[in-house]
Design a protein around this ligand. Structure first.
Ligand code: SF4
Ligand code: SF4
Length: 95
């Protein structure tokens, strides 16, 4: 049975090699290729997520993480493209 997500980020911390940003339009729109499943999708970042996304330094300790992952204010991590994330991420459930 699936556990509720506690936003620990473990499922995203080694996704860098699969998440390719092929082209960006400004900071908030990105044509992406998720090579693990060969899905091409359009990622959009807005609001507080864009503020978080700009802070690339906050992820310097996690060089293998998905480029869209950022730390939360208190603990854990958040996906800055949550509403436009690829199908693989939408369907992922912790065992
Ligand atoms: S889905 Fe990912 S972020 Fe959520 S609890 Fe599982 S490993 Fe952690
Ligand atoms: S798109 Fe979001 S959910 Fe998917 S690997 Fe990246 S940070 Fe994690």
């Amino acid at each position: 049975m699936a556990e509720p997500c506690n936003q620990c980020g473990r499922c995203c911390l080694h996704m860098r090699r699969y998440m390719v940003i092929e082209r960006s339009i400004g900071e908030s729109h990105h044509f992406c290729h998720f090579t693990l499943t060969k899905e091409r999708f359009f990622a959009q970042i807005g609001g507080d997520d864009l503020v978080r996304f700009r802070d690339r330094e906050s992820m310097s300790r996690y060089p293998d993480s998905c480029p869209f992952l950022r730390p939360r204010e208190n603990e854990g991590f958040c996906c800055t493209i949550y509403s436009s994330r690829p199908e693989h991420c939408r369907r992922f459930f912790c065992a």
